[in-house]
Write a protein of this length. Structure first.
Length: 213
């Protein structure tokens, strides 16, 4: 009796959006191999979801994004902080997603803290940092599956592929509340790709848009 099987993981040299096209290629190949017809993309602007639609007209695409019109601080090319809102909050982007038969899920991210001045929610922060030991994009993948399942566009216990800018995984889904349940909890079944090297830039995974897309 076979003890298991050998599978490959693609390792990017560095993190970031420059890897996205390769991620899409790997994700479509894995979806065909496992006959998975549902791909979840964590995105702030919808661009990767549109690219995937160009590559495949049949597969079901779910774009998961940051909360509607929630502001984020990002650094511009000069290193200065500026406030932005997700492009997925704009009417024209939401319409384009709809026209391309891409489901949009936008809501509170499961690992984000409720802001209470002077306090920190250690449990949620620990989950993010633990996932980031593997890949900083992995937290976005996991949260996107939880959000899609909570929204009812993914069934509990369904196998899906979730991806961010440089990370993709095969996941058996679960609701946020059941994340760590021993039977009904979420399972990361395969890592398709990830960055081999984490950039030295110290940015909190909760606020780094680039790791999503």
């Amino acid at each position: 009796m076979e003890l298991g099987e050998e599978k490959n993981i693609y390792y990017f040299n560095e993190e970031g959006q420059k890897n996205t096209n390769k991620v899409l290629e790997l994700v479509l190949k894995k979806a065909q191999e496992l006959t998975i017809n549902k791909i979840i993309i964590f995105t702030s602007n919808g661009d990767t979801a549109f690219e995937l639609r160009k590559l495949n007209e049949e597969i079901e695409i779910i774009a998961v994004s940051f909360p509607y019109k929630q502001e984020f601080n990002v650094k511009d090319k000069n290193g200065e902080n500026k406030k932005v809102i997700p492009e997925t909050s704009k009417r024209k982007v939401r319409k384009k997603l709809f026209d391309n038969n891409i489901e949009l899920v936008q809501g509170t991210m499961p690992f984000n803290e409720i802001i209470i001045p002077g306090t920190k929610e250690i449990k949620k922060s620990t989950i993010v940092h633990t996932l980031s030991l593997i890949s900083r994009g992995l937290s976005f993948c996991v949260q996107s599956v939880l959000m899609a399942t909570d929204a009812g566009v993914v069934e509990k216990g369904e196998d899906v592929i979730a991806m961010s800018a440089d990370t993709a995984v095969v996941v058996n889904s679960a609701n946020s509340q059941w994340l760590f349940h021993p039977v009904k909890g979420l399972q990361i079944k395969e890592i398709i790709c990830k960055a081999h090297k984490i950039s030295p830039e110290k940015i909190s995974p909760e606020n780094k848009k680039e790791q999503g897309e």
